[in-house]
Design a protein around this ligand. Structure first.
Ligand code: PGA
Length: 244
């Protein structure tokens, strides 16, 4: 399976910056062995769609509403994002959970909608520091998977990203041992849900200097990268951790 390198740009990069970055990335990444996916902010999606029209790089949206149209002021439609050419939708990021108070049930709706439109959801799960210290990591991941995926179509593509909340944007990357143990457990859980072939990404302070250690761990099928994906050379260096 090709390794996956998903770049979550959060609320950074204007349409102009998106164009410049992606044109250069397109040129410089022809040797990358894995699948590159970028998630620009909503207003920059059209610029990404334009630059990446016939590119080896895919793109997706960071969030969409659970309805495709209607009286939902300020929301974004997954159907429109699909029409623009998106292949992926991020769902369940910890910032959506914490800041925007979205729940596992909200994510279940979004995942079902994305799949019905032909978008591949990347569903993010992971425990907070308090939950890890209280030894609740496995229960938290299990609950997020069971509720978030209860409407998922077992026959349609899906990706899961394990992102321990305490490692996101903090510079505190999980140790290879923590990643190995948790990925093994999540993979086993997915197997019991008949989703054993679902690619499983790791996210949380992935940088060029730790990517090479984390990528070979069993059941690490790629990364979801925040901060380090905003700079071209650091994103490329992470993607180059995949060698055939
Ligand atoms: P980070 O973010 O790489 O900056 O920790 C990861 C994410 O939020 O997906």
């Amino acid at each position: 399976m090709k390794k996956i390198f998903a770049a979550n740009w959060k609320l950074y990069k204007s349409p102009k910056e998106t164009r410049t970055f992606l044109s250069e990335l397109n040129e410089k990444s022809k040797d990358v062995q894995g699948e590159m996916i970028v998630f620009p902010s909503t207003i920059s999606l059209e610029a990404a769609a334009d630059v990446l029209k016939s590119s080896h790089i895919s793109w997706g949206a960071q969030n969409c509403y659970s309805q495709t149209e209607g009286a939902y002021t300020g929301e974004n439609s997954a159907a429109v994002v699909r029409e623009l050419g998106a292949k992926y939708l991020l769902v369940g990021h910890s910032e959506r959970r914490k800041i925007f108070k979205e729940t596992d049930s909200d994510f279940a709706e979004k995942i079902a909608l994305a799949q019905s439109l032909g978008l591949t959801p990347i569903y993010c799960i992971g425990e907070t520091l308090e939950e890890r210290e209280a030894m609740q990591t496995d229960q938290v991941n299990q609950k997020q998977l069971q509720i978030g995926l209860w409407k998922a179509d077992l026959n349609k593509p899906l990706i899961v990203a394990y992102e321990p909340v305490w490692a996101i944007g903090t510079g505190k990357v999980a140790t290879p041992e923590q990643v190995a143990v948790t990925h093994q457990k999540i993979h086993s859980l997915l197997e019991t849900m008949k989703l054993g072939s679902t690619p499983l990404l790791y996210g949380g302070s992935v940088k060029p200097d730790n990517a090479g250690k984390l990528l070979p761990i069993p059941h690490v099928d790629g990364f979801l990268i925040g901060g380090a994906s905003l700079e071209l050379n650091s994103y490329l260096a992470i993607c180059r951790a995949a060698v055939s």
